[in-house]
Design a protein around this ligand. Sequence first.
Ligand code: SAH
Length: 495
Amino acid sequence: MKLYPLFVDLSHRAVLVVGGGAVAERKIAALLGAQAQVTVNAPELTPQLQRWVKEGRIAQRREAFRGDWLERVWLVVAATSDRETNRLVATLAGLQRIFVNVVDDAELSSFHVPAVIDRAPLTIAISSGGDAPMLARLLRERLETLLDHSLGALATLAAGLRKRIRARFPDMAARRGFYESLFSGPVAALLRQGRPDAARAAAEQALAAAATGSSGSVVLVGAGPGDPGLLTLRALRALNEADVILHDRLVGAGVLELARRDAERIEVGKQAGQHHTTQDGIHALLLQHARAGRRVVRLKGGDPFVFGRGGEELEFLRAHAIPYEVVPGITAAVACAAYAGVPLTHRDHAQSVRFVTAHCQSSRDTLDWAALAQERQTLAVYMGVAELGVLQARLLEHGRAASTPFALIENGSRPEQRVVTGTLGNLAERALVHAVRSPALLILGEVAALASTLGWFGAPPLGATVHDIRDAAGDRRAVAAVPVRADMLAAIHRG
Ligand code: SAH
């Protein structure tokens, strides 16, 4: 059976609710929200219902249900725990052609109450026709998290501008374009930030600017380390609204799959040694698409402001007066630490953590190695694996103990994640032995030793002995011992 969806104006219209328990109370609360004139029919009421009766917000009939009451009501709800009473109410309502809802009884009901997402004046209602109410509820929860609470304010703001928008854009397609940018651009963002006055001003400005041609916008989005589950809700929303997505190579396919189907995807990734697009080229693309009035998402691995050149891109956009937003992402250090079971700080081991990169000569020369070599701090090093030898040598030179533990996390948070552990003294050697490849993140410091006991994701760390792991986990998770080849060692020692 297919239901016909309907939104009903109940304000000042009489509705009868038979039953005075918790379920009736819930129904009545919703009816009062719609300003219905409610009469409750039950000898006993919940304390809340009693209060409403006392305050005159609802009326009460104590005597047994009578069919002639139905003559003056628009709707009736049967919410008693007695099936016979419910059936009587339903039958008499049917005879009088009054719509009836029998709680938890789709068969007896002639109208259903949907699961609702309330963003007044916007209402989203979901029904499974009584077949799968739990599925409808689940869907409601999902949408609840997906749809920002500021949507109601957005609808109200748009309603206030409606006449003027219609006057400025007599053409339907142009009008739709303007509404789209209003609903997904900076105006919506300002409302999400709880700044209604600024949002109204931005909407006015957009309306004024519209005369001179439409303007696009850029959202700089952090995609996290790879696991799509680590995207933020806001990132998901931006991906759903994008016309164009400029993404790095590091952004996983699982994340891109969540983007709007018909969004244009452009890979501008840089691969070690093999730059697809220069930074200037990326800037030019951003400008070109935004100027064409598109909503551009610039999608970067991890967080856009951590070794991501996000700052440079914003400076460029600002200089060209393109509106932008930034959505933070979970940076590799934070994600890899979590997925390797390495707390970046720990009361007993490390009171501070540094995010470091040493991927080229100039960044290495400007680092304060003496400070980096200090104890009781954690280093999270973003870099190519090729630089590990230099890093090891410099830290040892500046006095960090060769026994300092490390965890090297390759493909953190992804199904193929690998963790290699060891000590600063054998860092480059272990990376080579296990052929660690980019992307990999190094965590160096006392906390890194915890990877072998607290690790929980993927295979156990490579490098811990079978002994360590058995002690820690009390079982025999076998670890393949990897023989160190003499030619590999020779290569390391030659540098
Ligand atoms: N903006 C990104 C970092 C870009 S620099 C962020 O916030 O994470 C690229 C470096 O990040 C890589 O060389 C590697 O060191 C690290 N990285 C990124 N994703 C990673 C992952 N899934 N696992 C391990 N390291 C990662």
